[in-house]
Design a protein around this ligand. Sequence first.
Ligand code: GLU
Length: 303
Amino acid sequence: MTDLSLGPGAGRFAPSPTGSLHPGTLVAALGSYLLARQAGLRWLLRIDDLDQPRVVTGAADEILRLLDLAGLHWDGTPLWQSRRGTRYAEALQQLKRDQLVYPCSCSRKDVLASAPHAGEDAPVYAGLCRARAARGSRLAWRLRVDQQVIQFRDQVFGEQVQSLADQVGDFVVMRADGVFAYQLATVVDDLDSGVTQVVRGADLLSSTPRQIYLYQCLGKNAPDYAHLPLLLSADGQKFSKRHCLPSLVHEQNLTPMLLLALQVLGQNPPAELSTAPPLRVMNWALSEFDPLKIPSASRVMPR
Ligand code: GLU
């Protein structure tokens, strides 16, 4: 049921169900929950299960169960990206109609070989298919970027500036295998759900200008952004499937994991909470959370 005391906007948390809940993912869940509640917003959940080969059966349900047990109660029904193909296709159709996208037959090798220089998180696309009519049955669709520099203010990382043309190039909105790219899907979902506040891990900070540009191309306003510090595994890497069970979040370690997540978010929960049930930790967090204390620096998981 919608809580009428909450404002019209919303925050959200969008886990990828590719494995168990990592402590780093819990940081994003908790940070987005606390920032949304503090701003009087609804907090929505979305399951990013577009990349089906990477989806682990049962992972989404387990993440939802743990969030619920931790007291991170979401509003409404979670949205599953795998069920939203029609809406992504409509958005792509709009971009086609406005001649903002073009088909691309380049392989990874072509992209790499022609890249003028390294990019934000992949080689910059040189625009090989921009001016040629790519043919074939397996074509990707790329969004044409212009020379404008994207600027925005992140609540944690401050002023951000990125030139899409120099640092990214025309980017894929639908892959050659027919899967819609995360960049397009997340924008369409956030628009359709009325999301006004996007809070997530700092690993996505460099994707944000692409998303802001997509909002512009679709004729819409972008939400506010806050990117959160990353919690790295003890070996200094992002958490992944190789990390063993004791370092993952489960029913028995919710309290210490919530306390760790609060520390990563720059908060200072009192020591006596270490023996409290998760819901008491959450009550403390809801009343004491100070967004101004969120640092931008990543933390390494204590051993
Ligand atoms: N599903 C993405 C992840 O787990 C997050 C997407 C987002 O918050 O925009 O990294």
